[in-house]
Design a protein around this ligand. Structure first.
Ligand SMILES: [Ca+2]
Ligand SMILES: [Ca+2]
Ligand SMILES: [Ca+2]
Ligand SMILES: [Ca+2]
Ligand SMILES: [Zn+2]
Length: 578
């Protein structure tokens, strides 16, 4: 019986993990959140186990001197990283949005662990470069684990900032006044406070009806008025939001809160910008945040203008597929469907660098609901919780009780506050609300890493083929060549082309004398846009799910070489017998 039990458990272990962990050189479990040291050591272990496929290096340091790590996955045997299309992935630019780092770690681990056993992954890793920066805001993600905090605490870079303009920076942060290691919420008894205890669950407060006497006033985050100015928690650490600090149409803090004193003024922001410009092969970027369950694209503000339709098509294709890979997520336009942002990373990537990208907003609180297969009488705006009779707060308490044994919520407890007298402290705990409980981590990281992998399959992959060679008489021949791309991402974004951000791709013929050359507009009507100078070189790009056809009129015999050279796609070569 004992033997049977052991057998059963070990079978379960293999079956219950997504990949072939039996053969994994590095075993990592995705049933908890990785703190700073464990995260770094996990990447070190991956780097040590896969030295030919990976590189781990530090691209800069934070305001508090912590290292910002870059993990590159590139098979050196199949070429230099910059000769391959690149995918950039980062996480946790907002320090409290911690699970973005787990998605990055899982992506790296999954690609490497499956390299030997899965043909499709091996092909992907052999032909693409992955640049992974798991934690941008290293200071605050570190603090999230090591200091008393809350799920909304730690978004900023550690750049001192005088939020209330009293001449002092960061003098009144929230405090863990009851010393339980977390900064939760405070409430005080007040009949005019607007809230009362739910009759169905004493932990839940509900709003009073107009004219009704209440019980509670909400005081916000746990804390005291540290500087005695009559305001509570009005000047915490920072505030510089690195995702408002990038250099495309940057706006000062009186327009855009958290923008910083000037573009790229935060050390991690600058380090990442300096890194990105050294990798012109990057075709797509993912910046992972929490929460809300969204694939967000720009424009983030009206200042960015409209995106050209050719680029919108690329976003739409990938975004709609993403909605299927991560059920419940919505593909949206940041500045239109959410709120206006200036100086955010993805806008800078697209507008300054011509690189497509999504912000991935990990996790939705809807995932902490009991779900019915088919809601009864569902109307568009109806609260899904209503199907179970309770309010959102009550149903979420049941989820916490029945799926985490109450771990997610700390019940209200009396505390003698130096300024407010008797208050109560409690609420949703630090590792909740913006992130799922541990038992849900694996599905989250796997699905989101799968979206990155899906997108990585769609970087430009150009192939060259000969259409035909026609003898025109008089020693002249017409050579027609096609460069095609079966993937969604073109070899240059339309934005990169219209702003001249990169050198265009070059289709070149060598070994023969070239009389004329050009892009074929219509192969059947024989319409060609001829190149005026140096006709052996044709500057162009290869569209999404499309092709570019060119022709040359040449003199000569023997072998001619046709090459395709691109900044963001692998180069190709074709030999033609004339
Ligand atoms: Ca201040
Ligand atoms: Ca401050
Ligand atoms: Ca506390
Ligand atoms: Ca104060
Ligand atoms: Zn965020």
């Amino acid at each position: 019986m004992k033997t049977l039990c052991v057998l059963f458990i070990s079978t379960l272990l293999v079956v219950s993990t997504v990949t072939a962990t039996k053969t994994a050189k590095v075993y990592l479990s995705f049933d908890h959140y990785y703190d700073g040291p464990e995260l770094v050591s996990s990447f070190e272990r991956l780097n040590a186990a896969y030295p030919n496929l990976t590189e781990l290096r530090v691209i800069g340091t934070s305001e508090e001197g912590r290292d910002i790590h870059l993990f590159t996955i590139n098979n050196k045997k199949t070429g230099k990283d910059t000769d391959k299309p690149g995918i950039y992935v980062d996480g946790t630019i907002h320090g409290n949005e911690i699970q973005a780092a787990e998605v990055c770690l899982y992506l790296a681990w999954y690609l490497l662990t499956n390299y030997d056993t899965n043909k499709s992954i091996r092909e992907l890793v052999d032909t693409r470069a992955f640049y992974i920066i798991p934690v941008v805001n290293v200071d605050h993600r570190w603090r999230f684990f090591s200091e008393a905090g809350g799920y909304n605490i730690g978004r900023t870079a550690m750049v001192p900032y005088d939020d209330d303009r009293d001449g002092l920076a960061d003098e009144d942060p929230p405090d863990d006044i009851d010393g339980d290691g977390e900064i939760l919420s405070m409430r005080v008894a007040d009949p005019f406070g607007g809230w009362k205890t739910s009759p169905d669950d004493p932990r839940v407060m509900i709003r009073v009806e107009p004219g009704e006497i209440g019980e509670w006033r909400r005081l916000g985050s746990e804390g005291i008025d540290n500087d005695g100015d009559g305001r509570l928690n009005e000047d915490g650490p920072g505030y510089l939001d690195m995702n408002r600090n990038y250099g495309f149409k940057w706006q000062p803090p009186y327009v855009q809160s958290g923008a910083g004193d000037f573009p790229m003024s935060s050390k991690p922001t600058r380090a990442i910008a300096d890194f990105v410009v050294t990798k012109p092969n990057i075709c797509f970027n993912f910046a992972f945040h929490n929460s809300g369950g969204m694939w967000v694209r720009g424009p983030g503000s009206k200042l960015a203008g409209f995106y050209p339709p050719a680029d919108v098509k690329v976003y739409d294709f990938l975004g709609h597929e993403g909605e299927k890979i991560t059920p419940g997520y919505e593909y949206i336009i940041g500045g239109q469907d959410m709120y206006t942002t200036h100086g955010d990373f993805d806008e800078w990537m697209y507008s300054n660098n011509g690189i497509y990208g999504f912000v991935g907003e990990l996790f939705m609180s809807e995932q902490e609901r009991y779900r019915r297969k088919e809601p009864k009488n569902k109307t568009k705006d109806e609260d899904e919780f209503a199907y179970f009779g309770g309010t959102a707060g009550e149903e979420r308490q049941k989820f916490s009780d029945n799926l985490t044994q109450g771990e997610m919520f700390k019940p209200w407890k009396k505390f003698n506050h130096p300024q407010f007298g008797e208050v109560e402290i409690g609420g949703w705990r630090t590792f909740t609300t913006r992130m799922p409980p541990p038992f849900m981590i694996l599905e989250m990281v796997h699905r989101n890493a799968s979206m990155v992998i899906f997108t990585a399959r769609h970087v430009p992959e150009v192939s060259l083929e000969l259409i035909d060679v026609t003898d025109l008489g008089g020693g002249l021949k017409r050579v027609r060549v096609r460069a095609s791309n079966p993937n969604a991402i073109p070899s240059l974004s339309h934005n990169a082309i219209r702003r001249n951000i990169y050198r265009k791709d070059i289709l070149r013929i060598e070994g023969v004398e070239v009389v004329s050359g050009g892009i074929i507009n219509d192969r059947f009507l024989n319409r060609v846009d001829a190149v005026e100078h140096r006709p052996h070189m044709i500057f162009t790009s290869i569209p999404s799910f499309g092709k570019r056809e060119v022709q040359w009129i040449v003199k000569g015999k023997g072998k001619a070489k046709v090459t395709y050279e691109a900044v963001k796609a692998a180069d190709r070569e074709l030999t033609i017998d004339l």
